[in-house]
Design a protein around this ligand. Sequence first.
Ligand code: FAD
Length: 92
Amino acid sequence: MGTGPAGGSAALKASASGLKTLIVDRKAEVGVPIRCGEGTAEDVLKDFGIPVESGLVRNHVNAGKFVSSAGSEIEIATKQKGLILNRENFEK
Ligand SMILES: Cc1cc2nc3c(=O)[nH]c(=O)nc-3n(C[C@H](O)[C@H](O)[C@H](O)COP(=O)(O)OP(=O)(O)OC[C@H]3O[C@@H](n4cnc5c(N)ncnc54)[C@H](O)[C@@H]3O)c2cc1C
């Protein structure tokens, strides 16, 4: 089912329900290479019952800036507690 967020969370749920679970991915190593900005919110992890712990989190953030290749910029302040995942560890 793949080891991204969708496959990983489906596998966790299946395993927690007592099913014998095997996850298969075409990549040689789970979580590598990372093709993601790794930005999300603490509430998202809490919704999935995932602990907000240092091995899974690179940084806590309360604002962000998006910069286009043409140089335009948009700044946003988050209402929720934002964080940058360590997605390699997160997927493993
Ligand atoms: C440049 C970039 C930046 C991003 N930044 C953010 C961000 O900051 N915050 C955020 O929330 N989201 C971000 N995203 C989006 C986020 O990465 C995706 O929404 C998320 O990865 C989707 O999860 P998924 O499990 O559906 O798919 P994926 O993460 O793509 O996982 C699918 C897995 O299935 C495997 N697979 C596919 N086909 C097969 C097959 N036939 N056999 C075996 N294995 C297979 C793949 O190797 C992969 O590991 C970003 C995406 C990109 C491209």
